[in-house]
Design a protein around this ligand. Structure first.
Ligand code: URP
Ligand code: ZN
Ligand code: ZN
Length: 459
C-alpha cells in the first residue's frame, strides 16, 4: 500500500521546502518535488499545509501508581489524545516502587502498551539500586531500553539516595544509557513542606513556596556533580527556571554531558494559576511547580538558543474530583501533574511559532527531532527522509479553535487550558503509514502502536 502526500511545505529540523512525500507500507520511500505516484497510490492533497515528522513526547506518565492513587489514562485514551495532538511516539516513565522487582515492573508497563494506537517506549525507573537491580537493568537494556529515570525528589517513594545515584550513573555509563532525572533536593522539600503546614499554610498556593527555584537548582547542581564524577550522560526533565538552567550551563563549561527538557505547562502557565480560589489551583499542582511569570521569557530564549533541547509534557493526569481533592486540607497530598499530552504541540505552535518566539525549525527540533536523537530513535523517528518510519503530521496552519475538556480524548475531568484559543492543528496524522487521525479526529486502530526497541548511544 502506498500513499503520496502531495504539495505540502515539508519542514524538518534542518530543511524546509514545498514537495511530496511518498510512503511505501510503513516507511518513507521518497521525498522531493513532483514525485510519481505508483498505480493504486492513495493521494493526499496537502497544498497550503505544513508537513512535519510525527512529534515525540519524551516524558509522559500513563500507568502511574502515585501519591495514593493512579494516573487516570490508559494507553487507549492517552495514545488517542497524543495522536489528535500530533504526537506519534510516547516515551513513558516506567516507575516501579522501591520494593518492586524491576523486570516484573518493566513487563507490567510493557503489557499496558499493547492497546496503544501510537508507538511507544520507556525510560526505566530506578527506585532502588543493589546487585539484583544492576543485573535486571542489564537485561532490560538488552531488551531495547536505552534510557533510565531517577528521582532526586519524592522522599520515601521513588527517590533514591546518593549511593544509589552514583551506582546507577556508573552502570549507565558502562552500558551507554542516558539517565533522565527529576531534580529537586528532597530533604529541603520535606523540611519546607512541614514548616508551611505547621504554619497553617495548607492550600495549593503553598506548593510553589515548598519547592522554590533554588531547591530545583540544587537538585540540578547535584545531578551535574554526580554526572561529572561518573562520566554518565544525563537529561534534566521538566526544568522550570533560570537558576536550574544556570546549573546546567555551568556544568557544560566543565565538560559534563547534560541535556535539558522543559515541559509545555512551564511555557504557558505560571504560579498564579495554582493560586486560583476555591481549590481550583490544585489543577495546576505539579513538581517542580509552576513558577513566576518572569521565568517564561527565559525558557523561550533557552529553547531558541537550544540550551533546552526538548519540550515534553510530563503528562500525569489526575481528575479534579476525588483525586486532586485528596489534598483539600493539605497541599502535599494533591496528586502532582498537569494533563497535557493532547495539547503540547498545538500550544507550542500557538504560543511559540505563531507569536514568533521560535521558528518552525526549532518547533520541529524541540518537539520531535531532539528526542529522537537523544533517545536512540533517530533517524527512524524525528525526521522526514527516505527509510524513516512514515510518521507524518499534516498540519493546517489556518485552523482556529478552542481547547475544552468536553471534547478532549484524555480521560480526565478538566483541562488546564479550558477555553484557550489555538492556532493551527494536526489535520491528518499517520503512524508508520497508517492514517490514525483525519479531519482532526481519531479514526485509527488501537493496538497499531509498537514498542520501539532502542540501542544505547551514550558511551
Ligand atoms: O508533577 C509531576 N511532575 N508529576 C508526575 C511525576 C513526576 O515528577 O514526573
Ligand atoms: Zn518528575
Ligand atoms: Zn514525570
Amino acid at each position: 500500500m502506498s500513499t503520496l502526500i502531495r504539495g505540502g511545505r515539508i519542514v524538518t529540523a534542518d530543511s524546509d521546502f514545498v514537495g511530496d512525500v511518498l510512503i511505501d507500507g510503513e516507511t518513507i520511500a521518497a521525498v522531493g518535488p513532483q514525485l510519481e505516484a505508483p498505480p493504486e497510490t492513495t493521494v493526499i492533497d496537502a497544498a497550503g499545509k505544513l508537513i512535519f515528522p510525527g512529534f515525540i513526547d519524551p516524558h509522559v506518565h500513563i500507568y502511574l501508581p502515585f501519591m495514593g492513587t493512579y494516573a487516570k489514562d490508559t494507553y487507549e485514551s492517552a495514545s488517542r489524545a497524543a495522536l489528535v495532538g500530533g504526537t506519534t511516539t510516547l516515551i513513558e516513565m516506567c516507575c516501579p516502587a522501591r520494593g518492586d522487582d524491576p523486570i516484573e515492573a518493566f513487563e507490567l508497563w510493557l503489557g499496558k502498551g499493547e492497546r496503544s494506537a501510537c508507538d511507544y517506549t520507556f525510560h526505566m525507573g530506578v527506585s532502588r539500586f543493589d546487585e539484583q537491580t544492576a543485573a535486571a537493568l542489564r537485561e532490560i537494556a538488552n531488551r531495547g531500553v536505552a534510557s533510565l529515570k531517577v528521582f532526586l525528589a519524592y522522599k520515601g517513594a521513588f527517590g533514591i539516595d546518593d549511593g544509589e545515584l552514583y551506582d546507577t550513573l556508573s552502570l549507565a555509563k558502562e552500558l551507554g544509557l542516558i539517565v533522565t532525572a527529576h531534580c529537586e533536593n528532597e530533604t529541603l522539600v520535606a523540611q519546607l513542606q512541614q514548616q508551611l503546614l505547621a504554619a497553617g499554610k495548607t492550600g495549593p498556593e503553598w506548593h510553589e513556596p515548598s519547592r522554590p527555584r533554588r531547591v530545583e537548582a540544587e537538585g540540578v547542581h547535584h545531578l551535574m556533580t554526580f554526572a561529572e564524577m561518573t562520566g554518565a550522560h544525563v537529561y534534566c526533565v521538566h526544568t522550570s527556571c533560570e537558576a536550574a538552567l544556570e546549573a546546567v550551563q555551568a556544568a557544560h563549561l566543565r565538560g559534563v554531558n547534560a541535556w535539558v527538557e522543559t515541559v509545555i505547562p512551564y511555557l504557558v502557565v505560571d504560579k498564579s494559576y495554582a493560586e486560583l480560589p476555591d481549590f481550583q489551583g490544585a489543577k495546576y499542582v505539579m513538581s517542580p511547580p509552576l513558577r513566576d511569570r518572569s521565568e517564561q521569557p527565559v525558557l523561550w530564549n533557552a529553547l531558541r538558543s537550544r540550551l533546552i533541547s526538548t519540550v515534553a509534557t510530563d503528562h500525569a493526569p489526575f481528575d479534579f474530583a476525588a483525586q486532586k481533592e485528596m489534598g483539600r486540607d493539605d497541599f502535599t497530598k494533591i496528586p502532582n501533574g498537569i494533563p497535557s499530552v493532547e495539547n503540547r504541540v498545538t500550544l507550542l505552535y500557538t504560543h511559540g511559532v505563531a507569536t514568533g518566539r521560535i521558528d518552525l525549525a526549532t518547533f520541529v527540533d524541540a518537539g520531535s527531532t531532539q528526542a529522537a536523537k537523544l533517545f536512540g530513535l533517530y533517524p527512524r523517528k524525528g525526521t522526514i527522509a527516505p527509510g524513516s518510519d512514515a510518521d507524518v503530521v499534516i498540519w493546517d496552519p489556518d485552523y482556529r479553535g478552542q481547547i475544552t475538556a468536553a471534547e478532549q480524548e484524555m480521560d480526565v475531568d478538566y483541562s488546564a487550558f479550558e477555553g484557550w484559543e489555538i492556532q493551527g492543528r494536526p489535520e491528518t496524522v499517520l503512524v508508520r503509514g497508517a492514517v490514525q487521525v483525519a479531519g482532526g479526529k481519531f479514526v485509527g486502530e488501537l493496538g497499531h502502536g509498537q514498542f520501539l526497541r532502542r540501542e544505547p548511544t551514550h558511551f
